[in-house]
Structures are given as C-alpha cells and as structure tokens.
Design a protein around this ligand. Sequence first.
Ligand SMILES: [Fe+2]
Ligand SMILES: [Fe+2]
Length: 196
Amino acid sequence: MKVEEAKKLVKPHLTTARYEHTLRVAETAVQLAQRYAYEGSIEKVALAAIFHDYAKYRPLDEMKRWITESFLPKDLLDYHHELWHGPVGSILIDREYGINDPEIREAIYYHTTGRANMGKLEMIVFLADYIEPGRNFPGLDEVREMAQQDLVKACWMVSRNNIDYLMKQEATIYPDTFHAYNDLTRHNGGNTHDKK
Ligand SMILES: [Fe+2]
Ligand SMILES: [Fe+2]
C-alpha cells in the first residue's frame, strides 16, 4: 500500500487533531528510521506510523468484541481501554486492508505499552508517538535529546516515564509495560537510573 493511500484510509477514522498527530508521528518515525539505519523500507515505517492509532475511536463494545473473539489476550479487558486500540488496530488493518506484515503489526500492537524484546520498528513508533513535535509535557525535552543519540535509551526513558506517570495516577499497569521497562533497563547495562 502506498503512503498517500494509507493517509486517505485513516483520515475518516480519526479526529482532525488525532490525524495531525498521526502525520507528525509518521514524519518523526521516518526521521528516526533514517537516523538509526532501519533495515526495512521507509514506506513500511510510514505505514506503521500512519495506522498506529487507527482503532483509537472504535466504540468500546466493538473493541471488546475483537478482544473476546480473537486471539488477543483476554487480560486486556481487565485494564484501561486506552490499551485496547493498539492490539485491536493491529488486527483491523489485516482484516480491512490485508496489511499483515509482522513488523508493522507489532509496531501498532505494542505502541502504547511496549514489551520485552522490541524490534527496531516497534521502538521507532513507540518513541515517535511520544516525542512528535505536537507533544508538550514535562520531561519531554530530555527524551527528545536522547532520541538524537540512542534509540534504546530514549525508549527506556519513555517506558520509565510511562510507569512513573501511571503510578502517580495510582493506575493499574499492564504487564507488557513492565516487561518493556525491565528489558530496556537490561539493554542499558543494568541499573541505569538517570545520572544528573
Ligand atoms: Fe495510540
Ligand atoms: Fe498516537
């Protein structure tokens, strides 16, 4: 599928703000792919980013049905519905558009939580979603800076910030979010707290 076609397909499913976010994620992801010499095609990077929030505005009962009736893990239903659109989106793009490239699927599936052993495209979309230029919240500059230097360390920061945020909200945290953090911490050489 061509990038321009993907944009046209995604647009009616998103709000204007979310669509613009999507375009910025795609641009950021392509930049990261070039910086970190992603081995796959740039088109693939753009497609994963363009479809990453595809299921964001599906009705909750539809997403629930996909989780219940597909191979998706049922424990998703025990967690906040914000976590559902990634996994459900990864199924929808296959069913609706025949996009079944495993790297694209996984980048979309895990873009909210991350997971252990993320591939390069997964990390790129995970990070691009967090740092795209429209985002603005405390701690972001540090991640943006690291994104210029070290993909794994920047993803580790995102993962750490996610857990920190969720704990401050006293929210439940999906296991993959912890698995991402633990795995990225190990890849950073162990107890890699920010040394300021
Ligand atoms: Fe998302
Ligand atoms: Fe997003």
